[in-house]
Design a protein around this ligand. Structure first.
Ligand code: GN1
Ligand code: MG
Length: 364
């Protein structure tokens, strides 16, 4: 089935104008389709769910349908337009399910592209970064009343750093791609991060940190903005909305946004924490959530930034050792480049930890 045919299973016939692949994500395949309707242009996002990673696409979509509906209620209460402020999954015309299955057994979903929106992969605009912070903070607040026990765990142990490290040690032992020898330095670096990186998971297991409903993939490019006004519109990518620690969301966002370089830039010596970007995101995020945080949560936010960097990096390295079976790669060394960039960034966080704490304190 072509992408256009898949789209036609979700939306009424219109005149097709264009189709482009969106290559930003590392997991699912994503396309944007534009049609001319009677009155205006219509844009949709068609996505093939990676079912070797999301092994139960139907339950994943059930989460998304329920979380989006919950978010819509909040947006309506605020008197805002849900089409602009919530990414809505469409139901297939034939059977009303939020996905269709093609002849190869692949699952596809369709969203209305948030009108006139744009996402930023890397930006130096501090006001955008602050707004991304507020958006993820608000997302966190909005989901506060959502019953976490009803959420399906779309990827088991997703931010369980202890289990991520177990996979890493197993990948070293198995050495299926014969790459262990070549990356001994990187392996040592990640072993050096292990104890500290596993603390948040340990605190969760010991009940010292509360479980909340978290987004778990708070890269700044998962927030979209109005192209013209710069207004925050919706939070995207609800695939990993699951119970988690708030430090995961704050930490993953800092991992992504405050790095002076993007996560796969090989210019490792130039990797650092951009403190201005750090402050902008922190201001937006922390101002939105601080009233609901426990003191211990506050005390572990920056540990979250270190943790998420080490965890994501160890996942890149594990994937490299396993022969690149998880993350999409654009060239053969892509995963090891990502892993090295994250080593440099984790070290930069450790070096700047006190400065980050000082800044964070201003907003708590
Ligand atoms: C993946 O595909 P994307 O960009 O939404 C990954 C995240 C990583 C990220 C690193 C389900 O996210 O956990 O942080 O790549 N998502 C999944 O860029 O594994
Ligand atoms: Mg994602």
């Amino acid at each position: 089935m072509s992408i256009q045919e898949i789209c036609s299973l979700f939306v009424e016939e219109k005149d097709f104008i264009s189709q482009e692949e969106i290559t930003v994500g590392n997991i699912n395949r994503t396309y944007k389709l534009t049609y001319q309707g009677k009155d205006r242009l219509y844009e949709y996002v068609i996505q093939r769910i990676n079912k070797s990673i999301f092994t139960n696409p139907e339950k994943l979509m059930d989460n998304i349908v329920r979380v989006s509906a919950f978010l819509c209620k909040n947006v309506e209460k605020e008197g805002l337009d849900t089409d602009k402020h919530v990414l809505k999954p469409l139901l297939s015309i034939k059977d009303g399910l939020p996905f269709v299955i093609d002849e190869d057994g692949e699952y596809w979903r369709c969203y209305v592209f948030v009108p006139n929106s744009i996402t930023y992969n890397a930006t130096t605009d501090l006001s955008i970064i602050e707004k991304a912070g507020s958006a993820f903070g608000k997302f966190q607040n909005d989901l506060d009343g959502f019953d976490a026990s009803t959420l399906f765990e779309t990827i088991v142990n997703f931010h369980n750093t202890i289990s991520r490290y177990e996979n890493f040690h197993k990948a070293i032992k198995d050495d299926v791609a014969g790459r262990v020898k070549e990356v001994e330095k990187e392996i040592e670096a990640y072993k050096g991060f292990e104890e500290k990186a596993c603390l948040i998971t340990k605190y969760l297991q010991e009940g010292k940190l509360p479980l909340r409903v978290t987004h778990n993939d708070t890269k700044a490019n998962n927030v979209c903005f109005d192209k013209d006004t710069g207004e925050v519109l919706a939070v995207l990518d609800l695939d990993t909305v699951m119970p988690g620690a708030i430090a995961f969301d704050y930490g993953d966002a800092i991992r992504f946004i405050a790095n002076t370089l993007i996560e796969d830039d090989p210019n490792y010596d130039a990797v650092d924490v951009d403190l201005a970007k750090y402050e902008a995101f922190t201001k937006g995020f922390v101002s939105a959530v601080k009233n609901s945080l426990t003191n211990f949560e506050k005390a572990t936010l920056n540990l979250g930034a270190f943790t998420m960097t080490a965890e994501c990096g160890v996942r890149f390295l594990t994937d490299y050792l396993s022969g690149d079976t998880y993350f999409k790669i654009k060239y053969p060394e892509h995963n090891i480049v990502r892993a090295r960039n994250q080593i440099a960034y984790a070290n930069a966080i450790l070096k700047r930890f006190e400065q980050m704490e000082e800044i964070l304190k201003k907003y708590l």
